[in-house]
Design a protein around this ligand. Sequence first.
Ligand SMILES: [Fe+2]
Ligand SMILES: [Fe+2]
Length: 312
Amino acid sequence: MQTMQQQTEAGARYARCVEISKRVRWEIDRDVFRGRDLDRSKKFLPDGLSKVSELEFLGQAEKRLLSQIQGRTYANIFGLVERYIAAKVLELSRDHWLGDQTALEALVRFSDEELKHQELFRRLESMTAPAMPAGYTFVPRPNDVASAVLSKCTWAVLGLTCCIELFTQAHYRQSIEPDGELSELWKDVFRFHWKEESQHAILDELEWQRESAKLGSEQLDQGVDDLIALVGAVDGIVQLQAAADSEYFLRVSGRSFSQAEADRIRKTMLSAYRWQYIASGAQDERFLKILGGLVTADQMKRIGAALATITT
Ligand SMILES: [Fe+2]
Ligand SMILES: [Fe+2]
């Protein structure tokens, strides 16, 4: 159970999220796209995310193509994760229906924003598709992934969601590193997404703490197992998509690579995706602090050991 003081503090944080959500609200066309098209002469993802600078044998145009392929996958992955997040947040809002109306408003705004973000990322995908060589495939199916994630317990789903929403903050920070080669439109995608995700990350924390307070020690232990399974499932998706994107790059790059170079491209793509979709959240200081406040030292070790097999 949460104490009165914890509930009061949480109430103030829900209210602050509503206030900021109203203030930073943006529209896809008016604020993000502003009539612009994608500039194929620019990179879509910053080097800190794409890791293309580690592939020193690639020319500038090849590095740019690799970052554009990753950008397309980024749009598709977010379109996918935001589907399950919106559904979960709507489900969580039920607990507030007849309770704290500010918390309810915060979660309604949260799910509305995620629906808008899904549309933003779908629009980016539909702008990117005609501009790139044929043959790209996005392997996971959003509804299959959403159903698989939502079959796990709420505690674990909130843990994964908190991790995702904190890594969008880290991605924004990487997108503002000075780099004249990065697409202005993509920079704006990172910036506008971050503006609303900042509130989502706080709401995840509040809901995750609220859920934790309801659980007994066995249920919490089950939650930890489910969270480890979810991270493993994300890694499964990441491995499939990294393989598909590497083969696509090798086919459309317009030149041949040695076996060793092709293997390095595959390896770097996988480590970039593991960084983007798992480690940039799971290793985030704030994520570790929130998680550490909810689990025992042994459970923390168990999660750390599972992550080490993925991120090292
Ligand atoms: Fe989002
Ligand atoms: Fe979000």
